[in-house]
Design a protein around this ligand. Structure first.
Ligand SMILES: Cc1cc2nc3c(=O)[nH]c(=O)nc-3n(C[C@H](O)[C@H](O)[C@H](O)COP(=O)(O)O)c2cc1C
Length: 223
């Protein structure tokens, strides 16, 4: 803590931010596996084993119909041959953006390991079994919250929201198999996946997979 620049010691925000240390995580060399999924699951395993909190959290970037980018954090739910899965309500801003422009980027940063992964590609919608399984794996309270269905709308009446939440809880307790029609599982069907490993000397290692038919090609990139 003592090595961290203290805000009060700097005359302006810029000077203080510039003095904050960048990562000096070690950069063990790594051999990319034949597929980006295998490399990703390997890195995720190492992040989980290193005790990193929410190692499966990612930034999902989308664009709105005006071409304005948007981004938010969410949890990756699965990694399969098809791609990287996440879930949510299709009436949310992200859901509407994905309906209009079914393409996205997922970015994961494990700062303790000096590692970043960037996944880009078209977005597919999972079938009924996938979304039902995803929904039912949530706690009953998380299912109730998810089925109130107005994510990111202005909360004009908190009392009304609490009533709706209790109503959804009662309905879900009565019928645990219930899956709201708007709950959606999406999959980023990656076209490119980049693995970035930091180096204290700035000679960062970067490998990018590119899909070529049913094969993956890899390139090493300039740092
Ligand atoms: C760690 C973390 C995990 C989250 N997981 C999810 C998730 O799995 N699905 C989801 O819809 N929102 C998740 N959220 C909330 C989103 O960041 C966001 O607030 C919400 O999806 C509304 O985004 P939108 O208005 O762009 O649709 C998570 C937030 C955090 C910080």
């Amino acid at each position: 803590m003592s090595e961290i620049a203290r805000r009060g010691e700097f005359p302006d925000t810029r000077g203080w931010i510039r003095a904050l240390p960048a990562s000096s995580a070690p950069a063990p060399r790594f051999e990319p596996a034949p597929s980006p999924q295998e490399t990703f699951v390997g890195w995720l395993t190492q992040a989980a084993e290193a005790g990193i909190a929410e190692p499966h959290a990612a930034t999902l970037s989308t664009v709105d119909p005006a071409g304005m980018p948007d981004a938010r954090t969410l949890l990756i739910k699965d990694v399969t041959d098809e791609g990287w899965w996440f879930s949510g309500d299709d009436r949310s801003p992200k859901g509407r953006q994905l309906a209009a422009t079914p393409a996205a980027a997922l970015t994961v940063y494990w700062r303790e390991l000096g590692r970043q992964v960037r996944v880009r590609g078209p977005v597919l919608v999972g079938g009924p079994e996938v979304r039902a399984r995803d929904f039912r794996e949530r706690s009953v309270f998380a299912r109730a919250v998810a089925s109130t269905g107005r994510q990111s709308d202005v909360l004009a009446d908190p009392g009304e929201y609490e009533r709706l939440l209790r109503e959804r809880l009662t309905a879900l307790e009565a019928d645990p198999a219930l899956v709201p029609e708007h709950w959606t599982a999406w999959c980023v069907a990656a076209e490119t996946v980049e693995f970035w490993q930091s180096d204290p000397g700035r000679r960062h290692l970067r490998y990018r997979y590119r899909r070529s038919g049913d094969r993956w090609l890899t390139d090493e990139l300039h740092p």
